[in-house]
Design a protein around this ligand. Structure first.
Ligand code: ZN
Length: 220
């Protein structure tokens, strides 16, 4: 059985309204990587972004809530102190809402930030997701450099390429944003495409889970 690890970035409201019902219908797991962006951005787009109440609902439905930093910076460009503040602020905010963070992280924007890995290990994260495409060999790859493939738009070929990396026990990790994503249209996924692709995974007997669950399965 091939495994797909589903991840959804940036706490987009449509993930709760449009993604969750599809995942529930098929019994799929997923990780939602949460960030808050800047105060200014958040003030302008509050209706676009999930807050603590929505995130609690996601967690109650059985989904993983992961850390994607507070303001979505380029971590390579920040000092150790700044990166610590970015990671810890998000953790504290989730905790303040009664949300238990899954021990997984996603680098904002995607690129691997080697300078942040001592911090991430120190904070107890078991894996950090990049956008370096390929199969995720959980046992042998650098846990702070997990590969994943972003999908956007309505191109079937992109989706099938992304899931083709699933290889025996090694999952393919896929990144979605909003379904749809009206504020970040360059990472938009049309809802009808999302439903079609999830139906394909269901009909073809893929196991579809979150990142922390995939790590746990390897340990078991
Ligand atoms: Zn992001």
């Amino acid at each position: 059985m091939k495994t797909i690890v589903l991840t959804f970035d940036d706490a987009v409201q449509s993930q709760l309204t449009n993604v969750v019902p599809v995942l529930k219908r098929f019994g799929f797991g997923a990780t939602f990587f949460i960030c808050r962006f800047s105060d200014e951005w958040r003030a302008q787009h509050s209706e676009h972004l999930m807050g603590l109440e929505e995130l609690r609902e996601l967690q109650q439905q059985g989904f993983e809530i992961g850390n994607h930093t507070w303001s979505h910076p380029d971590m390579c460009a920040l000092s150790d102190e700044e990166n610590a503040r970015e990671v810890d602020s998000l953790s504290e905010w989730l905790r303040s809402g009664g949300i238990t963070e899954a021990p997984v992280f996603a680098y904002p924007g995607g690129p691997y930030a080697a300078n942040a890995t001592p911090l991430l290990r120190q904070r107890g994260f078991l894996a950090a997701r990049t956008t370096e495409t390929g199969a995720w060999d959980i046992e042998h790859c650098d846990p702070m450099r997990a590969p994943a493939t972003p999908i956007q738009g309505d191109d079937d070929a992109l989706f099938f390429k992304a899931i083709s990396y699933a290889d025996g026990p090694h999952p393919a990790v896929i990144i979605f944003h909003g379904v749809p994503d009206l504020v970040h249209p360059w990472v938009d996924t049309p809802p009808e495409c999302f439903t079609k692709w999830m139906t394909y995974l269901h009909n073809n007997d893929y196991r579809v889970i979150g990142m922390a669950q995939a790590i746990q399965k390897v340990k078991d």
